[in-house]
Design a protein around this ligand. Structure first.
Ligand code: FAD
Length: 477
């Protein structure tokens, strides 16, 4: 305990995140898939063992059972954000207006519907394969927790109705919100009924198990250092071996920010989480027993959900930007980010001031100029890629995986096809990107603090926070 009587904060660091430790403990025994030694030949070589890489492998195996698939993962499958995220599982309803603008109202709606089907699809997949990822289809509530700042929920609901998706966002007044979770900080909100939560690492590790059973050749502890086009396809080079394949898939999420071709197209940003000790009785006092996922409407969004053993897992996008595509300790060891996350927790749940945190961790989020994933190909179609999920990849990684798998199987995904190879704006070069992101982060935090306290933010803060929009970047829904 500290002098003030508040519990000590856990220190984020190299330890596996709490979700992944739980998932690994449930594996018996948990064996590392062997590192790559020597030469291997495949039809498709996938770089990255997160959801995107593993859904691509799984769905390609469904479409082309004879395809020889190799998956190379620098760490262990699920060791990245796929095994340490918040577990909010939803599609793109809040992106529907943007999808409609980019692809037309009809196609936009079809893409959003397809992304929404993923939620039930993942639940059904878990049942089919005996993967107990604690799938909980009880919706996602967004609440306004600012003292005086109104939200334009009515506008969001009306635009979804206009675009053909009535009922996908449902307004809840303060009483409706309080009936779900009784924090005095919560005002009115909006519910996305079709969303769910999962235990993220159990899903990632379950996917890995199914892939191994299906004969996918997985090499963990195997970082790909080079990827070169060759006349027969591509050659991937690792520390102690290489893979020759007709096609490669880059499914490296925020790490893509360091790959040639993507450096100026993506910003990596830190998101951090804590998990409390088990507090089922306190959750019952709050009335939060329905398993709903919740987030607030801060600029540096706080997101929180309960766990199957009665804890709160609570995160916020309060980390820092990375410099020049490097994915280093800023995304995993940032103690000040954890202090921020905990301050947000205390603000939203003042009645839980005495509750202990059992773990803290962070990871990188991959942000593109329009906060929407980019899926496409390089080197004449020999290298396919998907990244840019902007902290919403649990469901959308399936959409990306399916799109990549259909291309690799020589088919066409009629619904998501327009997402493939879409144009993308570049971000400012370094050091301007890093310096700009830092200044904007500070302004957003100040803005949130002011709005939390019911103060009017200063002119400079408001101006800096608006810079991304003024430059034409999309940084909110
Ligand atoms: C703290 C946090 C909370 C989040 N919460 C949510 C949430 O609640 N809901 C949601 O939808 N999304 C959330 N996200 C985002 C979500 O986790 C990601 O969008 C999703 O996991 C992306 O999956 P992926 O497979 O593309 O990437 P990853 O899971 O990052 O997988 C990429 C893999 O590539 C590997 N790799 C990188 N470079 C190489 C290389 N050279 N060679 C071999 N392997 C390499 C990495 O080790 C990593 O395992 C959160 C993210 C974070 C960090």
């Amino acid at each position: 305990m500290t002098a003030q009587g508040a519990p000590d904060l856990p220190i984020p660091g190299p330890r596996r995140a709490w979700w992944l430790r739980e998932a690994l403990a449930a594996e018996s025994p948990s064996l590392l898939a062997p590192s790559l030694f020597g030469e291997e030949v495949a039809d498709v070589a996938i770089v990255g063992g997160g959801y995107t890489g593993m859904w691509t492998a799984y769905l390609l195996g469904e479409m082309a059972p004879d395809a020889r698939i190799v998956l190379l993962e620098a760490d262990i499958c699920g060791g990245g954000p796929s095994g340490r995220n918040g577990g909010f599982l939803h599609g793109w309803w809040e992106n529907l207006p943007y999808l409609a603008k980019r692809f037309g109202p009809e196609q936009g709606l079809r893409i959003a519907e397809a992304a929404d089907e993923v939620v039930e699809g993942i639940g059904a997949w878990c049942t089919k394969h005996g993967v107990d990822a604690k799938f909980t289809p009880h919706g996602y509530l967004r609440v306004n927790a600012f003292a005086n700042e109104p939200n334009d929920w009515a506008g969001s609901i009306a635009s979804l109705e206009r675009l053909g998706a009535p009922g996908q966002l449902v307004h809840l007044d303060r009483d409706g919100v309080q009936a779900i979770c009784g924090s005095p900080a919560f005002r009115e909100g909006v519910m996305m009924p079709s969303a769910a939560t999962i235990q993220p690492a159990l899903l990632a590790r379950g996917l890995r198990r199914v892939l191994l059973e299906r004969g996918v050749s997985i090499h963990e502890g195997t970082a790909v250092g080079r990827l070169d086009p060759v006349p027969t396809g591509v050659r991937l080079t690792t520390a102690r071996g290489s893979v020759s394949a007709s096609h490669a898939v880059l499914a490296v999420n925020a790490w893509a920010a360091g790959w040639p071709g993507f450096r100026t197209r993506m910003l990596a940003w830190g998101s951090y989480m804590v998990v409390t000790e088990p507090i089922p009785d306190r959750l019952a006092e709050l009335g939060w027993t329905g398993g709903e996922a919740i987030s607030d409407s801060r600029f540096t969004i706080s997101y929180f959900r309960t766990t199957h053993d009665g804890r709160i897992a609570f995160g916020a996008g309060v980390g820092n930007a990375g410099y020049d595509g490097r994915i280093g300790p800023v995304f995993t060891h940032d103690r000040r980010a954890i202090e921020r996350v905990v301050a947000n927790f205390r603000h939203l749940f003042p009645m839980l001031a005495d509750v202990r945190f059992d773990d803290a961790w962070g990871g990188p989020i991959d942000i593109t100029a329009d906060r929407f994933p980019v899926i496409g190909s390089q080197h004449g179609g020999r290298v396919l890629y998907a990244h840019g999920f902007a902290g919403n990849g649990v469901g959308p990684a399936w959409v990306a995986g399916r799109l990549l798998a259909t291309r690799l199987a020589g088919r066409r995904d009629p619904i998501a096809a327009p997402l493939f190879g879409r144009g993308q704006r570049i971000l400012p070069p370094e050091p301007f990107r890093y310096l700009g992101a830092r200044a904007i982060r500070e302004a957003l935090i100040r803005l949130d603090d002011d709005l939390d306290a019911g103060r009017r933010p200063g002119l400079l803060t408001r101006l800096v926070a608006r810079v991304p929009s003024l430059l034409g970047y999309r940084f909110r829904h």
